[in-house]
Design a protein around this ligand. Structure first.
Ligand code: NAD
Length: 257
């Protein structure tokens, strides 16, 4: 039997086409795959990420985007927060791309057990994925900070200024803002799925937003695949690192039919 070390060394010398072929073979032999992704998964759907050259962080606003998406800003400049949020965080026309679709097909085929995402756009569910763990929440869920009543996205969009519940309190998106903690159970579940996975595919994430990025350390297997346009701090730790577009890469590795 060929050792994993040898395969890894060999993978480093492969061209992109050969790497995609290796990815295909790894998916083929796996039956407990977990996918862990970020904003880069949705750029092929037209939603900008944060840290790419044309991402949100390279555009110019009155305040830095991290601050405009922080709990402090939400609490102290609520009307401005909603202005920014409605204009820059909501992409109603976006449709699932090949990355979302391939992952949904892998789940349907019984190979993939969970999608763990840092995204808040709901595109994995729109593609048909069932088990999606949303570490940073979802723009599709909104709740009253007073009585807890839930509201759909349309409520935020249609409200004039600050969305207000019938009880008189503010309604806010169920998304994790900077300075806020992640949902404990979602993190625990994500860590468990990753720990038990026989293959972990990580893609479209700069892996710099913690604690989410730390989840990758829970993986114990020897099939850690990284698919990203830019370099990440984990490239050297991956058993297979593919530099490219995630939708294109996954579709080439696992075409329909
Ligand atoms: P990030 O912006 O820090 O990094 C995105 C990474 O994806 C980069 O390394 C980039 O090179 C790569 N990338 C971009 N397009 C790609 C493609 N087509 N194929 C492969 N790789 C691609 O994003 P992050 O690591 O997810 O962290 C940022 C935070 O921003 C997350 O918490 C996330 O919740 C939030 N966010 C979410 C959305 C969304 O819901 N769609 C959009 C922007 C930001």
């Amino acid at each position: 039997m060929v050792s994993r070390d040898y395969l890894e060394q060999e993978a480093k010398n492969m061209n992109n086409e050969e790497k995609v072929e290796r990815l295909r073979a790894l998916i083929e032999e796996s039956e407990n795959i977990v996918f862990f992704g970020g904003a880069g998964v949705s750029t092929e759907s037209g939603i900008p990420d944060f840290r790419s050259p044309n991402g949100l962080y390279s555009q110019h606003y009155k305040y830095p985007p991290e601050y405009m998406l922080s709990h402090t800003f939400y609490a102290n400049h609520t009307a401005e927060f909603y202005d920014f949020y409605r204009n820059k965080m909501l992409f109603l026309e976006a449709k699932p791309n090949d990355a979302h679709k391939v992952l949904a097909r892998l789940e349907e085929a019984g190979k993939l057990k969970a999608v763990v995402t840092q995204n808040i756009d709901g595109l994995h569910q729109a593609a048909g994925s069932q088990n999606v763990l949303e570490l940073h929440g979802s723009v599709h869920r909104n709740y009253c900070t007073g009585c807890g009543k839930f509201y759909p996205l349309s409520f935020i969009l249609e409200a004039d200024g600050i969305p207000t519940c019938e009880c008189g309190e503010g309604v806010r998106p169920d998304v994790v803002l900077y300075e806020e903690g992640l949902d404990y159970k979602t993190m625990q579940d994500a860590a468990r799925f990753i720990r038990e996975a026989d293959m972990l595919i990580v893609g479209g994430t700069s892996l710099v937003v913690y604690p989410a990025a730390g989840l990758i350390r829970d993986y114990r297997g020897s099939k850690l695949v990284l698919i990203n346009k830019g370099a990440t701090a984990y490239d050297e730790k991956a058993n297979l690192a593919i530099r490219g577009k995630i939708g294109e890469t996954l579709k080439n590795a696992w075409p329909e039919g």
